[in-house]
Design a protein around this ligand. Structure first.
Ligand code: EPZ
Length: 432
């Protein structure tokens, strides 16, 4: 096992380049299954969730070659299995995208129930609702989901809740279904649009991605493509907040400013200075940081995946801030760890009351999920003294060489190996 050791109190300055988006890549890689020819996917982040997706593709018979930095050539034509190995699939939340892709290509799929970060209940009823609407039957047994369909036919799908995963899965299953599929109450995240653009580059006919109504006309054949994954909006937001928390001055490159609008607006309200360019954004702090209220909602609202990070920043601001988690039932588990560092936060259900103390003290802490881990890094960078963060495997699932990028910006952060303790039931390595 490894841990991060951070000596806090150093301003982050300089430039950092953002990697490809995790939540787009983990859907685009399974989507390659739908093609009848090889595909080249560029700007793929080097993170463990992606490594698991690539391993699954290989285990199913695809030929996967790393042909350049962050670039993979994947030939799916040799795929001869529709079952994703249980042990591999359960490690990662996004393994459920193989359900949609395999069903869309072969009219059948067998994947383990997805794992998932402890964010509260993470049902998949809307995924199953979409597959059923398209004509598939499903059964759940031994922790596996089995799907099969004689023929997939376009249908009307109305989601009861805005769901990124089910919207992506419905697109994957519908692109080759006969006729028109209309998805209503669709999620609008940038990675939804990225998947649609990738599928359309393969010959699919998807319109309206990024709005709450997506229309898909099924096609017979999807050809190969060369497609670059969009930059990671959440990694960019995380570095914006790390720059602000250390009162630094950082130019964050390879971003799409439009994807960062809700984060930018909120940080400016907190007193952070921000300047946007075509594909980069500069973040610095001159005056005091002040309190703010944040409520996370589906895109284009403030992203839930930025909630732990902004809450950490608000512990350094003057005044009392309120953070409301509008997507997940339990996304405040990191608060106990921040309290060890002197944060004054009261949590009541989905609402956290943050008394800005203006400072944090280094302490030994544990990452409980991906974004909680990112928040603890930010806290450690801003804190006085030494912070040690254990269970950093959570962080490495979604951030491409975080410590290297931070060191480039002047942070004093090292990855240190520690003897593996017995992996207890709560130390399971599951992805979000
Ligand atoms: C994706 O999870 C992301 N993960 C999450 O990012 C992100 O927090 C979430 O979208 C919201 O943006 C990946 O893309 C791999 P949802 P997903 O389906 O698809 C309920 C990170 O840090 N729901 O949009 O699982 C669900 O309980 C991770 O990168 C149902 O009720 O999220 C939740 O309350 C954490 N039934 C809400 O919808 C369903 O069938 C949103 O979930 C599906 C979801």
């Amino acid at each position: 096992m490894d841990k991060f050791v951070i000596k806090g109190g150093r301003r982050l300055t300089g430039e950092v380049t953002i990697s490809g988006a995790k939540n787009a890549a983990v859907a685009i890689l399974p989507a390659v299954i739908l093609a009848d020819e090889p595909c080249v996917i560029e700007n793929v982040p080097s993170i463990s969730d992606v490594n698991i997706s690539l391993r699954i593709l290989k285990e199913m018979g695809a030929v996967v070659e790393n042909i350049g930095k962050d670039t993979y050539r994947i030939d799916p034509t040799g795929i001869d299995k529709c079952c994703v190995p249980y042990e591999t699939a359960r490690k990662m939340r996004a393994s459920y995208y193989f359900l949609g892709a395999l069903l869309g290509k072969f009219n059948k799929a067998r994947v383990s129930m997805p794992g998932g970060c402890p964010l509260g209940d993470r049902p998949i009823d809307q995924h199953l609702k979409a597959f059923s609407a398209l004509g598939a039957e499903y059964s759940l047994s031994q922790g596996m989901i089995d799907l099969k369909a004689d023929k997939l036919r376009g249908s009307q799908i109305f989601f009861d809740v805005v769901t990124v995963g089910a919207t992506m899965n419905a697109m994957l299953a519908a692109v080759k279904a006969e006729g028109l599929t209309v998805i209503e109450n669709a999620a609008k995240e940038p990675h939804i649009v990225d998947l649609a653009n990738c599928l359309n580059s393969m010959g699919a006919n998807i319109m309206g991605a990024g709005t709450d109504v997506i229309k898909i006309r099924g096609v017979e054949h999807l050809h190969g493509t060369t497609y670059a994954v969009i930059p990671d909006q959440i990694e960019a937001g995380t570095f914006m907040i790390a720059a602000a928390a250390t009162r630094g001055d950082v130019l964050i490159k390879n971003v799409i400013p439009k994807h960062l609008e809700s984060i930018t607006k909120k940080l400016e309200k907190i007193g952070v200075s921000i300047e946007q360019y075509d594909d980069s954004i500069r973040v610095w702090v001159e005056g005091a940081l002040v309190k703010a209220n944040v409520k996370t909602t589906p895109h284009p609202g403030f992203p839930t995946d930025m909630q732990p990070q902004i809450a950490t920043l608000l512990t350094l601001a003057e005044g009392t801030s309120i953070v409301t988690e509008g997507v997940w039932e339990q996304r405040f588990r990191y608060v106990d760890e921040l309290r060890r560092m002197g944060a004054d936060i009261t949590v009541n259900g989905k609402v956290a009351l943050i008394e800005g103390t203006g400072k944090l003290m280094g302490a030994p802490v544990k990452a409980c999920d991906l974004r909680a881990g990112a928040a603890l890094i930010i806290a450690g960078l801003a804190a006085q003294g030494i912070t040690e963060i254990e269970d950093i495997f959570h962080i490495e699932r979604g951030y491409d060489c975080m410590e290297g990028k931070l060191r480039e910006l002047g942070a004093d952060i090292e990855k240190v190996s520690i003897p593996d303790k017995a992996v207890g039931k709560n130390n399971k390595k599951e992805a979000v």
